[in-house]
Design a protein around this ligand. Structure first.
Ligand code: EPZ
Length: 432
């Protein structure tokens, strides 16, 4: 089991290049199989979830040419299977996009029920509602979602919740359908817009992505394209909060500042200095941070995927903060780990009440999921002494070279995979 060993108490200083957006790239890779032409995708993040999805489409018979760690050419003219048998795909949430893409192009699909971070029940009823509105028959049997249709007709769907996955999945299924599809109460995240832009670059006719009403006019076919994935707003925000929690000075580069506004405004509110440039944002903090109240909301509200990161930062602020999670019912599993490091926090319903403390002390902590894992690394970086962060495989699902990027900012962090390496690293870090 890989672990990080961290010597905390060092302010992080410097600049870091942000990778491509995982949650846009997953939808874009699935969308690439909607055409028989070759599709080039650049700025893919080099993370496990992307590797799993690329391997899964190869298992369907798609040709994937890996140009380098961030670029691929996908050619789906040779798809030979419409059923995902590639076991690792069960572990990631993005597998559900294969349903929309295979249904959209072949009118048939059998895809494992999606996996992903254990942060709540994560139903897919809205995805199914959308596919049925296009005329598909959808069922669940033996751990698979099956969908099929004689033909797909445009439909009018009003989502009960603004679901990122269901919005992208419906775009994938509707771009080649006959007639017009209207999606109301659509999710508005930047990655929705990126997938829509990618599809339009292939000849799709999608309008309104980024608003809560998306209109899709079905087209005959899609064609080749070359596309660059947008930067990852959640990775950028994670480093921004790492600057705040360690009283550091970090510039995140290759970002779209507008996508970071919710984080930037909260960081300013708690006492950090935030400066925006064309494609970078600088966060620097000197002195005690102030408490605040936070409620996670769909974009452009404060992102649920940055909820653990701001909670860790507030654990070291002065006063009482309240963080309320409105999207997922089980996204506070990191709280017990932080309490072991000396945080004063208490979960009450869908909120965590945080009383800031002077310091956190290092300890052995375990990553319960992707974003909580990254937040616990931030806690270890801010804490005094040595910490060991376990189960970093969750972190590696969504953060490219996380330990190396942190090291480039001055962090004392090592990735170890054996007890022997752990002892050696502990000795070296103690010696520093
Ligand atoms: C996507 O998950 C992201 N994952 C999540 O990021 C992110 O937290 C989430 O969107 C919200 O932004 C990927 O893009 C792969 P939703 P998704 O459908 O699509 C309810 C990360 O850290 N809902 O927008 O599963 C659902 O229960 C991950 O990168 C239904 O009720 O999220 C939740 O309360 C973690 N029925 C709300 O909608 C449905 O059919 C938002 O979920 C679908 C969702």
């Amino acid at each position: 089991m890989e672990r990080y060993i961290v010597k905390g108490g060092i302010p992080l200083v410097g600049s870091v290049e942000i990778s491509g957006a995982k949650n846009a790239a997953l939808g874009i890779i699935a969308a690439a199989i909607l055409t028989e032409d070759a599709v080039t995708i650049d700025n893919l993040p080099d993370v496990n979830d992307i590797h799993v999805l690329l391997n899964a489409i190869e298992d369907l018979g798609v040709v994937v040419k890996r140009i380098n760690a961030h670029s691929v050419i996908i050619n789906a003219s040779t798809i030979s299977k419409l059923r995902t048998d590639y076991d690792p795909i069960k572990k990631i949430r993005g597998s559900y996009y294969l349903l929309g893409a295979l249904l959209g192009r072949f009118h048939k699909a059998e895809v494992y029920l999606p996996g992903g971070c254990n942060i709540g029940s994560r139903p897919i009823d809205q995805h199914i509602k959308g596919f049925k509105a296009l005329g598909a028959n959808v069922g669940i049997e033996g751990g698979f979602i099956t969908a099929c249709a004689e033909s797909l007709q445009g439909g009018h769907i009003y989502f009960d919740v603004a679901s990122v996955g269901a919005t992208i999945n419906l775009m994938l299924a509707a771009v080649l359908a006959e007639g017009r599809t209207i999606i109301e109460n659509a999710a508005k995240e930047p990655h929705i817009v990126d997938v829509a832009n990618f599809l339009n670059s292939m000849g799709a006719n999608i309008k309104g992505a980024g608003t809560d009403v998306i209109r899709i006019n079905g087209v005959e076919r899609l064609h080749k394209t070359e596309y660059t994935v947008i930067p990852d707003q959640i990775e950028a925000g994670t480093f921004m909060f790492a600057a705040a929690a360690t009283q550091g000075d970090i510039t995140v580069k290759n970002v779209i500042p507008k996508h970071l506004e919710a984080a930037s405004s909260k960081l300013t509110e708690i006492g950090c200095r935030v400066k925006e440039f064309d494609d970078s944002v600088r966060v620097y903090c000197q002195g005690k941070l102030r408490s605040t109240k936070i409620k996670t909301l769909p974009y452009p509200g404060f992102p649920t995927d940055m909820q653990p990161q701001i909670a860790v930062t507030l654990a070291l602020s002065s006063g009482i903060s309240i963080v309320t999670e409105t999207l997922f019912e089980n996204r506070f599993k990191y709280v017990d780990e932080l309490i072991r490091m000396g945080a004063n926090m208490k979960v009450e319903g869908n909120s965590v009440i945080i009383e800031g403390v002077q310091r956190l002390s290092g300890g052995i902590i375990s990553s319960p999921d992707l974003r909580a894992g990254a937040a616990l690394v931030i806690a270890a970086l801010a804490a005094d002494g040595i910490s060991v962060v376990e189960d970093v495989k969750y972190i590696q699902r969504g953060y490219e070279r996380f330990d190396e990027k942190l090291k480039s900012l001055g962090a004392q962090i090592e990735r170890v995979s054996s007890d022997r390496d752990l002892q050696k690293a502990r000795f070296l870090l103690n010696a520093v």
